[in-house]
Design a protein around this ligand. Structure first.
Ligand code: COA
Length: 337
């Protein structure tokens, strides 16, 4: 039996990158500032990294600069062996064996080299530094994540998050929108941060008998949203936050503006349209068509209601504070004899 190898480039996924949607209309004056935020060069984005940066931001920039690469690799029965891919598969098997010491080495080797399994490999300086081994079940609508690891000295740099985001985009492209995995107690935290939960969305009949059951491990699932460009998601959210912050600052600057008070009332004007109050439009106030048509009826109604209330108050006041009643009250309390 020939042992052959194949590879799929994840970079091609980025060609299908969806345009980020903004959630509010942007005034023309802001467009230049927003362009700067949206199209910062990778170099200037580097300076942008801060304590508040998303976990995967550094990894995303490293990928753009070509420092790291992601490739889906696997053994194949119908392709010629490729030395580079073979080396990567051996490297993956080593990373998994070191990082998952409780898994038998032979078992890891068998699955990594099994043609039905694929592995998303993370390559830095030509060497494998991490990966996710998985098996796709297209007829069942899910993929099982079998092993996931990043080499010790490269952990907590965002590679694990970026790997998972690439795997999500790869699956969206292949129309599989559910991940399942058996996570041990140490891995549950990581998977939760990648959007996995113990609540499994797909029916049991879809995966029972297909997925390997690991004793003492917890089954976790993640439902993918095909609208989300996962590898760009955190940066889109960050940029949207910056845009909203700028819009709020601009609005606040307008609101802080002090307009001269209205003097028309001194000249005997009794009523003015709300929209003629200086500054009211800048606050975002708009009169809806519905309100416009309702207005005369409402003000008539308001007038008659107020008039009747005032009349009742007048009657009540004149009754309860009639001078006779007042004198009666005083004579009984202050001068009882
Ligand atoms: N439990 C809880 N949280 C974990 C975690 C764990 N075991 N491993 C990582 N995290 C957290 C990180 O602190 C980080 O959180 P933050 O964004 O709030 O700071 C987040 O998960 C992702 O960090 P990231 O840097 O993207 O991941 P990584 O490159 O360190 O890779 C693993 C994460 C799990 C792949 C890596 O730690 C590893 O290889 N662990 C050993 C093997 C393993 O347990 N694999 C999982 C089961 S197959």
């Amino acid at each position: 039996m020939h042992v052959l190898f194949g590879t799929l480039h994840v970079h091609s996924l980025l060609e299908h990158r969806r345009t980020p949607l903004l959630i509010c209309p942007i005034p023309t004056v802001l467009k230049e500032e927003l362009c700067v935020i949206f199209f910062l060069s990778p170099a200037s984005q580097n300076n942008f990294l801060s304590a508040h940066s998303a976990r995967d931001e550094a990894a995303r920039l490293e990928e753009r600069r070509g420092v790291i690469e992601f490739h889906v690799v696997g053994n194949s029965l119908n392709q010629k062996p490729n030395k580079k891919i073979l080396m990567w598969l051996v490297g993956l098997q080593n990373v998994f064996s070191h990082q998952l010491p409780r898994m038998p080495k032979e078992y890891i080797t068998r699955l990594v080299f099994d043609p039905k399994h694929k592995t998303l490999a993370l390559i830095k300086d030509g060497r494998v530094i991490g990966g996710i081994c998985f098996r796709m079940f297209p007829s069942q609508g899910f993929t099982e994540i079998v092993f996931c690891a990043v080499t010790s000295n490269e952990q907590v740099k965002g590679y694990g998050t970026h790997l998972m985001n690439h795997l999500k985009e790869f699956h969206i492209k292949h129309d599989i929108l559910n991940f399942l995995t058996y996570a041990d107690e140490y891995a549950i935290g990581y998977f939760k941060k990648q959007g996995f939960s113990k609540e499994i969305k797909i029916p049991k009949t879809k995966y029972v008998g297909y997925i390997k059951d690991y004793e003492g491990a917890t089954l976790m699932g993640c439902e993918l949203n095909p609208q989300i460009p996962y590898t760009e998601f955190s940066v889109i959210i960050k940029k949207q936050k910056e845009i909203i912050k700028k819009l709020i600052e601009r609005k606040q600057a307008q609101i802080r503006k002090v307009y001269p008070g209205l003097s028309c009332f001194k000249d005997g004007v009794r009523q003015i349209p709300i929209e003629s109050i200086p500054g009211i439009r800048e606050t975002g106030w708009k009169q809806s068509g519905k309100e416009k048509s309702k207005e005369p009826k409402d003000s008539d109604q308001l007038y008659s209601t107020l008039k009747s209330i005032l009349q009742q108050v007048k009657v009540g006041v004149s009754f309860s504070f009639s001078p006779w009643k007042y004198f009666e009250m005083i004579s009984h309390t202050e001068f009882p004899y």
